[in-house]
Design a protein around this ligand. Structure first.
Ligand SMILES: [Fe+2]
Length: 245
């Protein structure tokens, strides 16, 4: 019989060894992530189903697209915590962080920083997905000089950052933590990002893995990925720092 729809698999808890998802966009209506609390709850149910025990939510801070304010985000996060509790979710909401875009407004942010840190310790930053911003590496270096521990979000997704290029190695050598997206391993962002993510793992360059869940489409992709035995083996093989958060 012709099958018109892709088979929907049950979620498997392959992410259990990581314990904590430390990158997702599940505070509703503050960025390009979840659009409502119902979508947030559905995504949290998926994170729970694929094995996570804890989750840290990391809204975008990006000038001028997502001009979020830390205090406002904290308040909205508390509403998510309350709703998740009311829904009886088992997954622990383990804090609020941010995903800070290194953009034209970032230097100013660094003058008066109020970063929402991942696990109260790390600042999660991202680059533009399209083009390299001049001086972005220097800004990361400035942060490190000020004592911040910096995680670069999904380095495998930047087309201008090549695993064989000097720049990625330089960032690694200067102590920047790398976080790959779980979905990259299955090809969700294309073959190139997939190849880079695998290569970075092999080189021992990856400290964190995040889901970067934005909505129910990502959640479904995660459920599908949880049936990927190769990815399951990789999660068992490599040591990540997620479980220290
Ligand atoms: Fe993200």
């Amino acid at each position: 019989m012709l099958r018109l729809f892709k088979k929907k698999y049950e979620a498997r808890p392959i992410f259990a060894p990581l314990v904590t998802d430390m990158h997702c966009h599940l505070v509703p209506r503050v960025d390009d992530g979840s659009k409502c609390i119902e979508e947030t709850i559905e995504c949290l149910q998926t994170l729970q189903a694929v094995g996570y025990k804890k989750v840290i939510i990391t809204p975008h801070f990006q000038h001028p697209r997502f001009p979020n304010d830390e205090d406002d985000i904290r308040r909205r996060y508390e509403e998510v915590v309350k709703q998740a509790k009311d829904e009886g979710l088992e997954i622990e909401l383990a804090g609020i962080g941010g995903e800070y875009r290194i953009d034209s407004g970032f230097a100013q942010r660094l003058e008066n920083p109020r970063f929402l840190k991942v696990g109260g310790r790390y600042v999660l930053v991202e680059f533009s997905l399209h083009q390299q911003m001049m001086g972005s590496d220097e800004l990361i270096f400035d942060m490190q000089m000020k004592g911040y521990e910096v995680i670069l979000a999904h380095p495998e997704r930047y087309p201008y950052l090549n695993t064989n290029g000097m720049r990625m190695e330089q960032l690694k050598n200067q102590g920047v933590y790398f976080q790959i997206n779980a979905l990259s391993l299955g090809g969700f962002y294309g073959e190139e990002a997939k190849r880079r993510a695998h290569e970075m793992l092999e080189r021992g360059w990856v400290e964190f893995m995040g889901t970067d869940t934005h909505n129910t489409m990502y959640a479904q992709a995660l459920r599908d990925l949880s049936n990927n035995r190769k990815v399951e083996k990789l999660i068992e093989k490599y040591q990540f720092l997620n479980n220290t958060l």
